[in-house]
Design a protein. Structure first.
Lengths: 250, 243
């Protein structure tokens, strides 16, 4: 309960800062450049139904991208982190491909998959894939030796080592990388959604109203922030369930 | 019965070879106990890992019963320095780990063992919620859950306070007498070696070679620490280590 109150206070504080910034910027420019939170919230209420469709489209894409990235990156990251021979072969490929700005791939992906949801999901999944991969690999490299010896001496086979030690030991790091990835993922989703003229998605919604109807555009930005918040809280809840051992009283 | 013949263990490549253990031989009968004692970093843990089948010796061999050890065995339990508990598993899951891995779970006797070791009321807790002494007892419960014929212990009571250490040493002694497994202990604690080892092998600095063998057949009674034989063994071990 206390944590919920702190969350609400934090959000109110942020809205106040936004209001102050809005007043200051609009006074300096003598025009309504930055809508305040009240205007934006009014637009959220007025355009609730439309915004909801865009929100759900973006949320679906982001969640799909997170799931695809997790399924692809976690097993690979754990294997290359734990198996030295695989690491020697695969790591150079990661070092070469990771620094490539993924935004440069957007046009290329549009050419392959068209301008539908698949491309938008793909670009976010690629961004998240590398974040989770690098994190899972690093965490798998730092497994406490004693934990490995513990299961090996009890007769664990290779699969059991992954199941009982490597995966649970690295899970907190993997979830942290997802948390970090959500922010980056939303940014890339916005870029991908604004690169198509039509279609559902908060990116398209924001782009459509950014020039003429800024209040509405900011309602879209608020919806995007809310999407991020929901996912962050979701990951926190998931971590509390899956990594209960981290939260016990010591 | 456990038998090591000319056990030698090297680490590293052939160009940069590091010898950890050299020419260690011993023979230990069923229900007997043996303690290895030597300076820190001399190769005691490496030696124990070879006995458990976790490491393949570069030369020599280890036999348990009449079979050569070629990997971890179902009848050999290993207790590690910090009990080796997995922080994400509960006391119950940690105690049953060997059985879970072998597929024998839940047909197990871990419940009785946990009760016997005073852990019955904490079985749903995580290791982080336990005291150091309780963690060691969970490690013991895990080892006993498979009813081992050989119990290997790698400095199992390191970093515990004196009273807790003595209590758990008493527990080891009682369990060893009651259950009749063969006990091999690695330690750098002279009194621990003297209290638990019927035979004590003193090891040299790395590479670990046998420096001396000390017979200590009076081991068994819980009040052995107060006896003259115990003091004599401690004195002999101290002299051998300083020599």
């Amino acid at each position: 309960m206390k944590q919920v109150l702190i969350y609400i206070c934090s959000i109110i504080f942020l809205l106040l800062l936004w209001e102050v910034a809005s007043i200051a910027i609009n006074t300096i420019n003598s025009s309504s450049v930055l809508p305040g939170p009240y205007e934006a919230l009014s637009q959220v209420v007025k355009n609730g139904a439309e915004l909801q469709r865009h929100f759900l489209a973006s949320a679906w894409r982001l969640i799909m991208a997170i799931l695809i990235a997790l399924v692809a990156a976690v097993p690979l990251g754990l294997v290359i982190g734990h198996e030295r021979s695989v690491d020697t072969f695969v790591s150079p490929m990661i070092y070469i491909t990771y620094p490539i700005p993924q935004v440069a791939l957007i046009l290329f992906l549009f050419l392959i998959f068209g301008t539908g949801s698949a491309t938008k999901v793909a670009i976010v999944a690629i961004v998240l894939f590398f974040q989770i991969l690098v994190s899972a690999r690093g965490a798998a490299k730092n497994i406490t030796e004693e934990h490995l010896v513990s299961v090996l001496s009890a007769g664990a086979n290779r699969w059991q080592v992954y199941r009982h030690v490597i995966f649970p030991a690295t899970l907190p790091n993997i979830l942290t990388s997802v948390r970090v990835g959500i922010g980056v993922g939303i940014a890339f989703l916005y870029i991908a959604e604004t690169n198509t003229a039509q279609g559902l998605g908060l990116g398209s919604f924001i782009k459509r109203y950014m020039l003429f109807g800024r209040d509405r555009a900011f309602a879209g930005i608020m919806a995007m922030a809310f999407l991020g918040l929901v996912l962050y809280v979701g990951i926190d809840v998931l971590e509390r369930i899956l990594c209960r051992w981290k939260y016990v009283k010591r | 019965m456990i038998e090591a013949d000319n056990l030698t263990i090297d680490y590293g490549s052939s160009e940069r070879k590091l010898r950890a253990v050299e020419g260690v031989s011993f023979r230990l009968g069923q229900s007997e106990s043996l303690a290895f004692i030597g300076p820190s970093g001399c190769g005691k843990t490496t030696l124990l890992f070879a006995l458990s089948g976790l490491l393949t010796p570069s030369k020599g061999s280890v036999k348990i019963g009449k079979k050569q050890v070629a990997g971890p065995r179902r009848d050999v339990a290993l207790i590690l320095q910090n009990a080796g508990l997995l922080p994400w598993k509960t006391v119950w899951q940690n105690a049953n780990l060997s059985l879970i891995l072998s597929g024998d779970y839940p047909a197990c006797n871990a419940q009785d063992i946990l009760e016997e070791l005073g852990l019955g009321n904490v079985k749903s807790r995580f290791p982080a919620e336990l005291s150091e002494g309780m963690k060691r007892r969970v490690g013991i419960a895990r080892a006993l859950s498979i009813s081992p014929s050989v119990l290997l212990m790698d400095e199992p009571l390191a970093s515990l306070d004196t009273l807790t250490r003595e209590k758990i040493q008493d527990l080891f002694l009682t369990l060893w007498k009651d259950r009749g497994f063969t006990l091999v202990l690695v330690t750098h604690d002279i009194e621990e070696a003297a209290f638990l080892g019927q035979e004590i092998i003193v090891l040299t600095e790395r590479p670990a070679c046998i420096k001396a063998r000390v017979s200590n057949r009076e081991v068994g009674p819980l009040d052995y620490r107060q006896s003259k034989a115990f003091d004599r063994t401690v004195k002999t071990l101290r002299e051998e280590l300083e020599r």
